[in-house]
Design a protein around this ligand. Structure first.
Ligand code: FES
Length: 71
């Protein structure tokens, strides 16, 4: 689904950017151009970025927890 119509950026692209380390709107702005024109997408883009980062962080902590248990 398109999140940013001005720059034709989809939610998948935002999630991918989060997986590649984007952790702020500034990162998304420079990487994908999100919210750099009309700005109407900023709130939705931020929400997708936050939920993606939360998923990534919880998976990382689960992975760490499992590796401690295996050791
Ligand atoms: S919809 Fe994203 S800058 Fe306009």
């Amino acid at each position: 689904m398109y999140v940013c119509l001005c720059k034709a950026v989809t939610d998948k692209q935002i999630r991918q950017a989060a997986c590649e380390g984007a952790c702020s709107m500034r990162c998304l702005n420079s990487k994908l151009g999100v919210a750099t024109q009309c700005g109407k997408c900023a709130r939705d883009a931020k929400q997708i970025l936050r939920s993606s980062r939360a998923e990534i962080d919880s998976l990382a902590s689960l992975s760490t927890s499992l590796s401690y248990q295996a050791a």
